[in-house]
Ligand binder design. Sequence first.
Ligand SMILES: Cc1cc2nc3c(=O)[nH]c(=O)nc-3n(C[C@H](O)[C@H](O)[C@H](O)COP(=O)(O)OP(=O)(O)OC[C@H]3O[C@@H](n4cnc5c(N)ncnc54)[C@H](O)[C@@H]3O)c2cc1C
Ligand SMILES: NC(=O)c1ccc[n+]([C@@H]2O[C@H](COP(=O)([O-])OP(=O)(O)OC[C@H]3O[C@@H](n4cnc5c(N)ncnc54)[C@H](O)[C@@H]3O)[C@@H](O)[C@H]2O)c1
Length: 548
Amino acid sequence: MGRKIKADTTNDIGEDVDAVSNTDNGDAPVTMPEVTTAASKDERIEQTHEQVLEDIMHHPDLVNPLDDTRIYVKSSFTKDSKRLKGDKHEFDYDVVVLGAGPAGEAAAMKLAKSGKKVVVVDPREQVGGNCTHVGTIPSKALRQSVFNLINFRRDQMFTKAMDYHQVPLNIVLAKARQVIQQQVNTHTRFYERNQVEVIHGWANFIDKHTIRVEIDENTFETITFNKAIITVGSRPYRPDILDFDHPRVFDSDKILQMDYVVKKIIIYGAGVIGCEYASIFTGLGYKVDLINNQNQLLSYLDSEISDAIAHDFRQFGVVIRSNEEIDYLETYDDYVVLYLKSGKKIKSDAILWSNGRSGNTEGLNLEAIGLTANSRGQLKVDDTYCTEVENIYAAGDVIGWPSLASAAYDQGRCAAAFMVGDRDAEPVSSVPTGIYTIPEISCIGKTEQELTDAKVPYEVGQAFFKHLARAQIIGERSGVLKILFHRETLEILGIHCYGNHASEIIHIGQAVMKCNATLEYFVNTTFNYPTMAEAYRVAALNGLNRVF
Ligand SMILES: Cc1cc2nc3c(=O)[nH]c(=O)nc-3n(C[C@H](O)[C@H](O)[C@H](O)COP(=O)(O)OP(=O)(O)OC[C@H]3O[C@@H](n4cnc5c(N)ncnc54)[C@H](O)[C@@H]3O)c2cc1C
Ligand SMILES: NC(=O)c1ccc[n+]([C@@H]2O[C@H](COP(=O)([O-])OP(=O)(O)OC[C@H]3O[C@@H](n4cnc5c(N)ncnc54)[C@H](O)[C@@H]3O)[C@@H](O)[C@H]2O)c1
């Protein structure tokens, strides 16, 4: 594909449009926010190319767990595919989507179904974004393999028959690679079926209606569009004091390529990623030092749940070091030494740095469109997911909260709905927490601390898994479901669950809360038996017994 610079011959009116072009009558959009002649625009594009050249040549490495077993999905995407017959576009596309993660995919599907001509740009050879390749999917598949391993080791029937040997992470990851592959296949078909074109390359802005796509070092393509949505996601935050090229220094992307066995590992950062990996590593039999810069694990959780996970971690041999901060790290061929500001030093086989993420906005040349990201590379959007530039939207990790795949998908779809003029779309506001430690944690609504601070007269209903028939049958005896409710109105205010299947169990409560049903729903409704869902009935009765 050769470098292409398009002259814009129709750009001559200078008004603005509210919705994207490309309606059924096939008319070209009536307006354009910027007025340039073809010649002057070419000149400007040439200049901007030179300005951004340096930036775009320095992209972060993309870790691809499929590297060893790379799949090439047959694609029917062609640059010239015309999904809308008879339309005259003054731009190449109605909308360009930057990034093929959950936010980008959801936006692209909604736009395509609304009749828009859409192109998605992503540097990976496969769709799915960081979510599929290095984030949610591999980490959850890995967790499942480790979970199976733990159950296998607990079962005397198997352990008597077989020796358990420690296996390197990348071998355990074999299952994860299969899941990634299946996910890529599934999502590729979504793009194909909706005739959404995908271009593989790094995108950056030339102006508010033009991007440049770096296909490879020598090949660039210029694309014009009416509107754009930035869904470039995030990457692990890497502080300068660590050398991530060292074979014993990892972040959550690089850890998926660990190909040797360790006995001990330091996890620096006790956020969601740090805690999930603490479960994974202890499950694999590693000794874990978990460094937390706060005084409580996952301090935004209900403190009873946070205490429960800390207790279970300690039972599994995790050493939790709270209120600590890195001073520096020494790296050697076969070990690392972490020096903490408190004076402690910890020797380990490797370190996993899991202390936050940054939005992938660095290489986008945002200056060209008058946008600035914050210090964490994130963009500000309004309630319609529009940035400060009226034809540029953003969704997913790149806008910060809540930085979850679940929400990214809904944000992308919702942003697209606003882009096509659907004013009834609802921005994402309430998101459940689902943390895949072993056991899982999931919650929605207020915590006890929040309700106490707000002086809300609430009561608690609890169900311990060890008392449920289903939990006894499947051997999941550790766990609790807590329902917080208003003691006068019986309104459900918060639901907190600790134990395996928590991330599924929570959705029953979420649905009931969304329908504004009270605690009585759980006692007036017959549940299947034996089920984990029965925990709701048990917890509701337990809570009602406290009301007088
Ligand atoms: C280890 C880990 C575990 C996680 N577990 C969970 C979980 O269990 N549940 C959950 O809900 N969330 C989880 N998350 C968070 C979840 O993965 C993210 O919230 C989600 O991936 C965000 O989706 P996104 O569409 O915003 O972007 P991403 O998935 O980050 O995709 C963005 C895409 O944009 C591309 N891109 C970057 N720069 C450019 C450019 N210049 N031009 C074009 N394309 C570009 C990237 O290559 C990438 O493919 C986890 C994250 C991590 C790291
Ligand atoms: N099960 C899940 O839902 C799941 C699992 C894993 C990851 N995630 C998502 O991944 C994200 C990252 O998780 P995490 O555990 O790495 O970190 P985190 O977001 O929990 O933050 C850990 C610490 O790093 C700091 N930090 C964050 N970004 C920073 C930056 N750019 N520069 C400096 N400090 C920064 C934070 O203030 C915090 O003290 C979370 O926001 C979470 O939503 C979700």
